[in-house]
Design a protein around this ligand. Structure first.
Ligand code: NAP
Length: 279
């Protein structure tokens, strides 16, 4: 495994396993499979409703808690200092752990400055080893990162070959913030798994389009957390460290960038209302 060092010295695996849209009843089984394959970094969120499954799989693995890197995210309905503080306790109870390795604000809405203060307290109390944000576009990211006491260790944003976030990554780097990709396959949108450029490059390395898409990101220093409910795909997605893309291949993939989301925009009022009403 390869690691990145966060701005407070904490080491984070560059490859992890994401559990968005994994049914709570199936989550412990899926995370158990991922752990057996070798994943040690798991990305969950209050809004996924499967924190218990993550905790159960970690406990059942028989491995020490210190072997794992667990990321959790605070949802908008828990925004504000007091609510966020209470929700951090509730999440730790669900995860069955005294701490998370990384705690993020899931979306930049509500009193997220208050949320961030509660996270800074959690950090000081040892309930989180690092804190950061998610879905902060450059405008809100620069605002928070300028005025908060502890600079975000991570910003988790939609990042894949069709939306590469190069400018956003440069801005994060100015604040010492690590970029982390969500949707590294764009959830398969835009034909990612059968994309000709990715497939042709993959053939040269005896790798799949999926593996090339992930390798491209980690070579750019982006942390990835692909999701799959299938053990054979989890294994495929884990085998990224026995090949490398050359400069020409990287350039060919850079040309796939459309520079915009394949999912949603925070500048769209309907999206904002949907997110604010999501419980
Ligand atoms: P993703 O990882 O881009 O794509 C997952 C999809 O790809 C699933 O349909 C999966 O199917 C399929 N898949 C996985 N590996 C494959 C392979 N090797 N070949 C073919 N198909 C494959 O999507 P995501 O789950 O949205 O993103 C990853 C993680 O990022 C999430 O689980 C979550 O932890 C995080 N996330 C965060 C946010 C946020 O707002 N912060 C938003 C979205 C996601 P099967 O499961 O059927 O195998």
């Amino acid at each position: 495994m390869q690691y990145v060092q966060l701005n407070n010295g904490v080491e984070m695996p560059i490859l992890g396993y994401g559990v968005y849209q994994i049914d709570p009843a199936a989550c412990a089984r899926c995370v158990g499979d991922a752990i057996r394959i070798g994943y040690r970094s798991i990305d969950t969120a209050q809004a996924y409703r499967n924190e218990e499954g993550v905790g159960e799989a970690v406990r059942r693995s028989g491995l020490a808690r210190g072997e794992f890197f667990i990321t959790n995210k605070i949802w908008i309905s828990n925004a504000g200092e007091q609510r966020a503080r209470a929700s951090i306790e509730e999440s730790l109870r669900k995860l069955g752990s005294d701490y998370v390795d990384l705690l993020l604000i899931h979306q930049p809405f509500g009193d997220y400055y208050g949320t961030y203060r509660a996270m800074e307290e959690a950090l000081a109390e040892g309930k989180a080893r690092a804190i950061g944000v998610s879905n902060f576009y450059p405008d809100r990211f620069i605002d928070l990162a300028t005025f908060c006491d502890i600079k975000p260790a991570v910003n988790q944003v939609e990042t894949h070959v069709f939306n590469q976030q190069r400018e956003a990554q440069r801005i994060m780097e100015r604040f010492g913030t690590q970029i982390m990709s969500w949707g590294p396959f764009a959830e398969g949108r835009n034909g990612l798994f059968t994309n000709e450029t990715l497939r042709a490059i993959g053939e040269r390395h005896r790798k799949s389009a999926a593996q090339v898409a992930l390798r491209f990101l980690i070579q750019r220093g982006v942390v990835v957390i692909p999701k799959s409910t299938h053990a054979e795909r989890m294994r495929e997605n884990f085998e990224l460290f026995d090949f490398a893309l050359d400069e020409k291949e990287m350039e060919a993939i850079e040309a796939l960038d459309r520079g915009q989301s394949l999912f949603f925009s925070h500048y769209d009022p309907e999206t904002v209302e949907y997110l604010l009403n999501y419980r």
